[in-house]
Design a protein around this ligand. Structure first.
Ligand SMILES: Cc1cc2nc3c(=O)[nH]c(=O)nc-3n(C[C@H](O)[C@H](O)[C@H](O)COP(=O)(O)OP(=O)(O)OC[C@H]3O[C@@H](n4cnc5c(N)ncnc54)[C@H](O)[C@@H]3O)c2cc1C
Ligand code: SF4
Ligand code: SF4
Length: 409
C-alpha cells in the first residue's frame, strides 16, 4: 500500500491481527483497489492499491472470514464440534481412476463430475496446480470430467479462489464452487449482500481443512527431496493412492517423493498461517457438501496412514447437499456406506483438538490486545468444556508467547 493511501479499516483490522485466510474475496469486492499477491513469507495476501469507499469497506467487513463467521443451524442437527449437518456417510468415487488420483476416496471430485454431467451446473470453480510454479496453486473453471480429474487431490499451499469471481458474477452460468471452509464462509456471507452470488454459485463444496501452509513450506519439501525448484516440472502434494505421496516430477522425467507423514507431518504443518490456528471452522460448516479423509484408526483411536484404497467422509450440511449426494449415489457416481458421527473425533483428532483449545487461544490473543475473529453460533465455549484444563492453559500461554515473540503479523 502507498504511504499516502488511507487504509481500509476492515483490511487494517485483518492485518493488525494477522487474520487473513487468503480467500481473495476482498479483491473481488474492490477489483480496482485490491490485488492478491504472494508475500515474502509465501502466503497470498491483499495489497490495497487505491482508495476503498465506505460501501466497499462495509462489504469486506461483512464477508471477510478473517474477521468472523456466523452459523445458523436453522433446525438441523448441530453438533458442538462438527456443526450443523443433515447426513454423514463414507464413500468413494465409483470410477477407479478418479478414486486413485484423488486425495482420499475421490468422492468430492465424483460429485463434481456428476453435477456437470447431470446438468446441475455448467462448470466448477476449483483449485489446481499452477503450470508456471507447479507447487503453487491457480484457480480453474472446469467444464469436463477430465479437468476435474486433473484437479483432484489436496494441495497444501495458498489458494485464493474468490479473487476473480466478479467477472463470473456478470454471466448467466451456474457454477459449483469448491474451496477451503473459509472460502465458502466468505462466499456464503457475500451472498447475503449480493444476490448474484446465489444465482451463479448454487452449490458450494468444501473439505476438512487443518490449515494452509506457505509456499516456503512447499520449497522445504522440495529441498528435502534433494532437488532444486528449477528442476520441478510437476508437483503433487497427495493423491495417486491414499493418502498418497508428495511427489515432484523433474525435468529429466524422473520422480522424487516422500510419504504424507513426512511431508504434512514433518514439514508443511510447521508452516501453517496464524489464522488457521484460531479457526473455528475447519470442517466446512457453510458448505452444502463437505468431504474429508475417513482415516481408519488404531486401537488407541489414532489415524493410520498406511497406503490403501481411498475412502472419503461425505457430509451433507444442507438439504440441497443431501439431495445431490443421494442423486450421485443413485446414478452410480459414488459408492457410500453408513457412518456414525460418534467416531469422528478419533478419526479427525487434529480437528477435534483445535476446536477444544480455540477459546483458550482466543483468550490469549485478547489479553495481549490482538484483534480476533468474531464467532457466532460456533459453540466456542461448548467445545472448550470438552478440553482438559492443563491443555487449555498451555494453549492460552502459547498464544501469549507468540504475541510477545512478534510471531503474529
Ligand atoms: C489445506 C488443506 C488442509 C486439509 N486438511 C484436512 C484435514 O484436516 N482433515 C482431512 O480429513 N482432510 C484434510 N484435507 C484433505 C481434504 O479433506 C480432502 O480433499 C478430502 O479428504 C476430500 O478428499 P476427496 O478425495 O473426496 O477429494 P478430491 O476428489 O481429491 O478433491 C479435492 C478438491 O479440493 C480442491 N483443492 C485442493 N487443494 C485446494 C486448496 N489448497 N484450496 C482450495 N481447493 C483445493 C481441488 O480442486 C478438488 O476439487 C485438507 C486439504 C487441504 C487442501
Ligand atoms: S480473508 Fe479474504 S477477504 Fe479477508 S482480507 Fe484475507 S483475502 Fe481479503
Ligand atoms: S484452517 Fe480455517 S482459516 Fe485456515 S485455511 Fe482452513 S478453513 Fe481457512
Amino acid at each position: 500500500m502507498s504511504e499516502s493511501l488511507t487504509p481500509s479499516p476492515a483490511l487494517a483490522r485483518v492485518a493488525k491481527g494477522g487474520l487473513c485466510a487468503g480467500c481473495g474475496l476482498c479483491a473481488a469486492i474492490a477489483p480496482d483497489q485490491v490485488t492478491i499477491e504472494v508475500t515474502e513469507a509465501g502466503f497470498l495476501r491483499p495489497t490495497q492499491t487505491g482508495p476503498i469507499g465506505a460501501a466497499q469497506d462495509a462489504a469486506i467487513a461483512a464477508s471477510c472470514p478473517g474477521l468472523g463467521q456466523t452459523v445458523d443451524a436453522g433446525g438441523r442437527t448441530d453438533d458442538t464440534l462438527w456443526g450443523p449437518y443433515t447426513a454423514m456417510q463414507t464413500g468413494w468415487a465409483s470410477d477407479p481412476d478418479l478414486r486413485h488420483a484423488a486425495s482420499s476416496g475421490g468422492a468430492l471430485s465424483a460429485v463434481l463430475v456428476h453435477l456437470i454431467e447431470g446438468g446441475e451446473v455448467d462448470a466448477v470453480l476449483q483449485t489446481t496446480a499452477d503450470p508456471q510454479t507447479p507447487w503453487a496453486n491457480t484457480t480453474q473453471l472446469s467444464r469436463s470430467a477430465d479437468q476435474i480429474l486433473t484437479a483432484a487431490g489436496s494441495r497444501y499451499a495458498p489458494s485464493a479462489p474468490l479473487a476473480g469471481i466478479e467477472a463470473l458474477l456478470t454471466k448467466e452460468e451456474r457454477i459449483a464452487f469448491v474451496g477451503k471452509p473459509c472460502d465458502v464462509v466468505a462466499l456464503r456471507a457475500r451472498a447475503m449482500d449480493d444476490p448474484r452470488v446465489a444465482r451463479v454459485f448454487p452449490v458450494m463444496v468444501s473439505f476438512f481443512c487443518a490449515g494452509v501452509p506457505s509456499l516456503t513450506g512447499a520449497r522445504e519439501v522440495i529441498k528435502a527431496l534433494g532437488v532444486s525448484p528449477d528442476e520441478v516440472t510437476a508437483f503433487r502434494y497427495r493423491g495417486n493412492g491414499w493418502p498418497g505421496r508428495a511427489a515432484a516430477t523433474l525435468t529429466d522425467g524422473s520422480d522424487r517423493s516422500m510419504t504424507y507423514h513426512e511431508s504434512w507431518g514433518g514439514i508443511l504443518s510447521g508452516h501453517v498461517q496464524h489464522r488457521c490456528k484460531i479457526c473455528a471452522d475447519g470442517t466446512g460448516k457453510a458448505a452444502d457438501i463437505v468431504c474429508a479423509d475417513a482415516w481408519e484408526t488404531d486401537a488407541a483411536g489414532y489415524p493410520l496412514f498406511e497406503e490403501r484404497d481411498g475412502v472419503s467422509l461425505i457430509v451433507a450440511r444442507t438439504a440441497l447437499g443431501a439431495r445431490l449426494i443421494d442423486q450421485a449415489a443413485a446414478a452410480g457416481a459414488i459408492a457410500t456406506e453408513p457412518f456414525d458421527v460418534a467416531g469422528l473425533a478419533s478419526m479427525q483428532p487434529g480437528q477435534s483438538g483445535r476446536r477444544r483449545v480455540l477459546a483458550a487461544r482466543l483468550a490469549g490473543l485478547l489479553v495481549m490486545g490482538k484483534p480476533i475473529p468474531r464467532y457466532r453460533g460456533l459453540h466456542v465455549i461448548g467445545a472448550a468444556k470438552q478440553g482438559r484444563f492443563p491443555t487449555l492453559v498451555r494453549n492460552f500461554l502459547g498464544m501469549v508467547r507468540r504475541v510477545l515473540q512478534g510471531r503474529i503479523r
